[in-house]
Design a binder for this molecule. Sequence first.
Ligand code: SAH
Ligand code: SF4
Length: 414
Amino acid sequence: MPMAQKKHIKQPLKPVALPDFNLAFDISKPNRHIPSIMEQAKKSLIGLPREELLAAVAPLGVEPFRAKQLWHWMYVRGVTDFALMTSFSKPLREELAKHFVVQRPAITEAQKSVDGTQKWLLSMNDNQKVEMVHIPSVTRDIGALCISSQVGCTLTCRFCHTGTQRLVRNLDATEIIGQVMLARDQLGDWTAQSQDRLLNNIVFMGMGEPLYNYDQVSKAIKMLTDPDGISISKRRITLSTSGVVPMMKQCGEELGVNLAISLHATNDELRNHIMPLNRKYPIKELMEACRNYPGLSNSRRITFEYVMLKGVNDSIADAKALVKLLAGIPSKVNLIPFNAWPGSAFECSDDDTIEAFGDYLNNAGYVSPIRRPRGRDILAACGQLKSASMKLSVTERAAIAELQREKELAQGLV
Ligand code: SAH
Ligand code: SF4
């Protein structure tokens, strides 16, 4: 999860005063619009690349230049209602509305932290939930939108709340792009001039392992970066991975986005323990893949994320080992104070320890900002994203199954 970065400075860290949860301005509001079963049966146009969009609407007699206009209405203007697409004739608008939807995930809950961070619990069509967080800019830092790539995560890193979630599925491109579009709706960002936009950076640091869902994540990224659409530069998109080595080269070659590696340990014994994926792709292979990440240079470095776990990975010997590992890789390190969650087995390192660790890295020539936790009062900080879907009761599951059945039925009728 992203956090505003502050330059590593020598003063001791001030203890973070955690605001009372109730101080967070709860802006929980029900969905703008809960799609009916019939609407859910309609095809969503979001997430279809240009040629697929054209193929979807062509049977209605929509010509290529009209499909281009439709693309513009959806991805440049942010319009969701066909009735407002005034460059189309009324009959065409009605036809489109009969067969398609321009959908967003639904907002089930919204919270705003005292520091301006906003968190939304989003509900997909099958009622699966993911969370999305917007961290506004602080002084001259630029804000970031943290999006999810999966419902839950299969990887069970021991320090991560998301990894404890039982229900896991991939999000599709529609759902991934839908998060960004919904954030633009919520921030009122569609009409802003590009230089005034609140949403310019996207980080895949929400729920899930993006490289375990490469097809849909890459489809979404290609559309998010389309200069005639949502138009977010690939230099402003960061994909964070726990180290899915075989996918890293392809990610760099095809997408050219910034890469962040969740490293968190400098030897296999510890990394195997806290990040079980390391047994499959050990540190040596991971660092080799980093060294070979396409497009790497001093101006395009890999970010290594290192969560500070008290007495586990935070000694000066660990810092030394880290410097040794990074040798020859254009890199920077983000030191992340561990964010505790109910039932977590770790504690965050002391401020002095984090400072000393950072100093060591700095002196060795590595930029190593300490992330200042944001949105802690609403559990929006790193590793605290976890959807409520694991709390589904048997009755709720049955209701979802019923909904699915109705949907299929409706689809058969269309
Ligand atoms: N699955 C991807 C992206 C999502 S996790 C990955 O692991 O990189 C985003 C970041 O939050 C990762 O660096 C992850 O290690 C970190 N993180 C997870 N739990 C955390 C916690 N409790 N405290 C601080 N950082 C945490
Ligand atoms: Fe999954 Fe990333 Fe959490 Fe590990 S840290 S469980 S890979 S979301």
